[in-house]
Write a protein that binds this ligand. Structure first.
Ligand SMILES: [Zn+2]
Length: 360
C-alpha cells in the first residue's frame, strides 16, 4: 500500500528533487512505434523474438523497442488492452478499464462505492492530471511524452487481499490512486491512463507507473498474522480463503480458487527485517509478466530489470537518493520508501524478469 503523504523524511525531499533532475537530463529516445509497420493486433501478443540464424558478431542487448506495439483502431473491441495517452494496446491478458462495466474509476472525484461516507474519507481528485518535466507541467502528454517522462514501474502488494477491497481503501478512504490493480485471478484493472500521475509511491509518482498486486502482505515469522486466516490447507495445499464479509471479493473469475505459486510461506529480509509471506498466484505472475513486457515496449526507458546489489541479487532495501535517481526499470515500493516492505519477500523477481525478457 502506498504510504501516507504525511510521512516526513528529508530523504524523500532529496529524492524528489533528484528524480526531477533525472527527467530533465534523460537522453532522448526514438519513438517506440516507429520500427515496424503495424502487424494487426497479434503484433502485440508478445511472442518471443525469433533467434537469428547466424550471429556473426556479438548481438547487442535486445532493446524493448525492437518489437513495437501498435495501437488498436478506435473501433476495435478488445478485453486485453491497456490505455496510454488515449490509445489502446492489446497485451494478451485480460484487462478491465476504468470505463468498462465492472471497472474501477480513479477519475471519480467522489467515493466510488455507495454507502454512507466513512470518517476520514477523502474528497476531490485522487491523482494529478498529466505528468511533469522537471518543474514544468505537461497537462496532457502524448504517448511519446509519456515515454520520455516515465522510466519506473513500481510494484506494491495491497494488504487488502483482493482488488475491489484495495480500491475501496485506496480511493475512497485514503484518497490515493494507482494505475493498475492485479487481482488474485490474474485480472488486471486499469484505473487511470498512464499519462496521468497516480499517487502511490511518493517521490516516484511523477516518473512511474504503479500497480497494486492483491496479496494480504508480509509479516514477522512466528507471529500470529493475517496469513493464518487468509490461507487454509486442503488436499492440494494452501489456498486463499476470503473472509465472509468480503463475499466473493469481487473476483471476476467465478468460483476462482487462488493458490500461492510456491507451496509454503516464503521468508526473506526486507529493509533488514525478516518477513514471511505467501507467494502471489501463478495467474498473477502470468499477467504481470505480460503487462510488464508491454510497458517496457511502450515506455522503453523502463528497463526489464530491478535494482541489484554488487553480486547481482535483487536488492531488498531502500535505494539511496543517487541510486533512486539513476534507476530505470522495475522496482518495489520498498526500494522507494524506507518504511515500506512491499511487494515483499515472496515476489519472485527472477521469475518475473526472465518472463518479461523472453517477451521482448
Ligand atoms: Zn506500496
Amino acid at each position: 500500500m502506498p504510504t501516507s503523504h504525511a510521512t516526513r523524511f528529508a530523504f524523500a525531499l532529496v529524492s524528489l528533487a533528484a528524480s526531477s533532475l533525472a527527467c530533465r537530463t534523460a537522453k532522448p529516445q526514438p519513438p517506440t512505434d516507429a520500427e515496424k509497420p503495424a502487424a494487426a493486433t497479434n503484433a502485440v501478443r508478445l511472442t518471443p523474438r525469433p533467434a537469428p540464424d547466424v550471429a556473426p558478431e556479438p548481438a547487442p542487448m535486445p532493446r524493448p523497442e525492437s518489437v513495437a506495439l501498435a495501437p488498436l483502431p478506435a473501433d476495435a473491441v478488445a478485453d486485453d488492452a491497456i490505455v496510454v495517452a488515449g490509445e489502446r494496446f492489446s497485451i494478451g491478458t485480460p484487462v478491465v478499464l476504468w470505463s468498462d462495466p465492472g471497472g474501477y474509476d480513479a477519475y471519480a472525484p467522489a467515493p466510488f462505492f455507495e454507502g454512507p461516507a466513512r470518517a476520514g474519507a477523502s474528497q476531490g481528485l485522487r491523482y494529478r492530471p498529466g505528468r511533469k518535466r522537471g518543474d514544468e507541467d505537461v497537462p496532457q502528454p502524448t504517448r511519446a511524452e509519456v515515454a520520455e517522462l516515465v522510466d519506473q514501474f513500481v510494484l506494491h502488494f495491497d494488504v487488502c487481499g483482493v482488488s475491489r477491497q484495495c480500491f475501496k481503501v485506496l480511493h475512497d478512504i485514503r484518497g490515493l490512486s494507482v494505475h493498475f490493480m492485479l487481482d488474485i485471478d490474474g485480472t488486471i484493472y486499469q484505473t487511470l491512463d498512464l499519462r496521468d500521475t497516480a499517487w502511490h509511491a511518493r517521490q516516484a509518482n511523477a516518473r512511474s507507473v504503479g500497480i497494486e498486486i492483491a496479496n494480504i502482505g508480509a509479516y514477522p515469522p512466528g507471529e500470529r498474522s493475517a496469513l493464518d486466516s487468509w490461507y487454509v490447507r486442503d488436499d492440494e495445499g494452501w489456498r486463499i480463503e476470503l473472509p465472509a464479509n468480503l463475499s466473493d471479493g469481487g473476483v471476476r473469475t467465478v468460483g476462482f480458487t487462488g493458490r500461492p505459486a510456491r507451496p509454503t510461506r516464503v521468508e526473506g529480509p526486507i529493509q533488514g527485517q525478516l518477513l514471511e509471506q505467501f507467494d502471489f498466484t501463478p495467474q498473477q505472475y502470468e499477467a504481470l509478466v505480460k503487462l510488464t513486457a508491454a510497458l517496457c515496449k511502450l515506455l522503453p526507458k523502463i528497463e526489464p530489470d530491478a535494482p541489484r546489489d554488487a553480486r547481482g541479487r535483487v536488492r531488498t532495501e531502500v535505494l539511496d537518493a543517487a541510486d533512486f535517481e539513476a534507476f530505470r526499470g522495475v522496482l518495489g515500493h520498498n526500494h522507494v520508501t524506507l518504511e515500506k516492505n512491499d511487494p515483499g519477500p515472496a515476489m519472485d523477481w527472477e521469475r518475473l524478469l526472465e518472463g518479461v525478457r523472453a517477451l521482448l
